[in-house]
Design a protein around this ligand. Structure first.
Ligand code: ZN
Length: 444
């Protein structure tokens, strides 16, 4: 690759193969879509380029401006990174292997939200929402008059409806803990929900302010700690919005979404961070799935009272340390002297990861602001970090609902007692350090 053939901010012909400086014309007919034969660097602002500004926090989406992260809209891109979070990397694989035409234009016919959520006053407060695009579900409504061939403006939020079937709910109906109403909870045990998938959209100045650091410091470390993946973080101070390659958030709304913002109606919320081992596979080392199901149960009961329930599901596996770290920690916990003990629960994580937690719950409140939440009557969580994030963000929490003791799996006593000792909400007090050492899990 010869450097003098690359122009920053403009199109430049470079060889696709290192070591062969002269581009070779592709003369063989191929049924696969054509791959791009040149590289366009956007690492510096081109003198002539004028991208549409993003006025974060503006109440009118036209004034706020579109988020243009598509690679089909190169000269109009006004953000760093690209769409679909971590799946953007798979998109690159699909293009590289020739199965996806990089110029493919999404046909968004009939994809608009089936339920209208917002706008809410929080959408126009640049400090309340910094990690998602509040207008991300409806770009077609705001920017439908833009030439879609020129400006590839894609949604970052999708809103649909579903029926979900969870075996535990059928058991609860059989035990009389839940009542079938035919609207929200059907006789066959299926639950009717509205759900929204949200990709992350970070407003870097707002994010830095939330984390109490300088924007430049945030940009520099993001650049370095992603292996220099996004040079624009440090070379394009004119761009303030970043689409990070991370997992997003899914929201499940039970009951009438309009009830969320009605102060006369009750609202239940559980914010749940992904735990694949328990949520999907039923691992008994933690309380995640039983607590999630209990959260859904409380949401159903609240919706049946005329209110609404919200489950926020965040892709932050293993406290955002990832599942590899998590399984390493499981091994370290079970092999340590004295076995898996509540008094060493957090210590083992810190030994492996260097920290106990990287979820940054202070960003979690954004999704609740996006939904227009101002008061939570029943917060189904014992986490002090989540409670603090929600209340610091200005939302009122009326009642905190712990996991019922009978739902805690035997091997998860280590986790729950360690968390209570570390400050999690508890109705029955905290055990002494000596007691904690006696709370033990299985070997394997
Ligand atoms: Zn778990």
């Amino acid at each position: 690759m010869t450097e003098d053939r690359i122009e920053e901010g403009s199109e430049a012909q470079v060889s696709a193969q290192p070591g062969t400086p002269t581009p070779q014309p592709d003369v063989s007919p191929s049924p696969k879509p054509a791959k791009p034969k040149h590289i366009i660097l956007n690492s510096h602002q081109h003198r002539a380029a004028q991208v549409l500004p993003i006025q974060w926090g503006a109440a009118d989406p036209r004034q706020r401006g579109p988020v243009i992260g598509s690679l089909r809209s190169l000269k109009h891109r006004n953000v760093i990174g690209t769409h679909a979070g971590s799946y953007g990397v798979y998109r690159a694989l699909a293009v590289a292997s020739g199965v996806l035409d990089p110029t493919h234009k999404a046909d968004l016919t009939d994809t608009s939200p089936v339920v209208e959520l917002g706008p809410h006053p929080s959408w126009s407060d640049p400090n309340k929402i910094v990690s998602l695009d509040p207008f991300g579900a409806t770009p077609a409504a705001a920017f439908g008059d833009y030439d879609s061939n020129e400006y590839d403006i894609l949604p970052t939020i999708a809103i649909t409806k579903a029926h979900i079937n969870i075996p535990e709910l059928r058991d609860e109906i059989a035990q009389g803990r839940l009542q079938v109403d035919g609207q929200i909870l059907k006789p066959d045990g299926s639950l009717v929900v509205t759900k929204a998938a949200i990709d992350p959209v970070w407003h870097l100045p707002g994010l830095a302010k939330r984390l109490k650091i300088e924007e430049w410091e945030l940009r520099r470390v993001l650049f370095q700690q992603t292996g220099n993946m996004f040079p624009e973080l440090v070379t394009r101070p004119d761009l303030h919005v970043f689409l990070p390659p991370i997992g997003g958030t899914t929201v499940y709304i039970i009951g009438d979404p309009a009830a969320i913002t009605n102060p006369d109606l009750p609202l239940a919320v559980r914010v749940h961070d992904e735990c694949n081992g328990s949520d999907v596979f039923g691992s008994d080392i933690c309380t995640c799935r039983p607590y999630l199901v209990h959260g859904i149960e409380v949401c159903i009961q609240t919706a049946q009272e005329g209110g609404a329930g919200i489950i926020v599901y965040c892709r932050k596996e293993g406290r955002a340390l990832g599942e590899v770290t998590k399984f390493l920690v499981y091994n370290a916990r079970k092999r340590q002297e004295g076995g898996d003990r509540a008094d060493a629960y957090f210590l083992r994580t810190e030994c492996v990861a260097g920290v106990q937690d990287m979820r940054f719950q202070e960003l979690m409140s954004d999704v609740l602001h996006w939904l227009g939440v101002t008061r939570i009557d029943r917060l189904v969580s014992m986490s002090n970090m989540k409670y603090n994030a929600i209340t610091h963000a200005g939302m009122e929490v009326v009642e905190r609902i712990p996991i019922p003791p009978e739902l805690v799996p035997a091997d998860a006593q280590v986790e729950i007692e360690a968390k209570k000792a570390a400050g999690y909400y508890s109705e029955d007090g905290v055990r002494s350090e000596a007691d904690l050492g006696q709370v033990k899990g299985r070997d394997y």
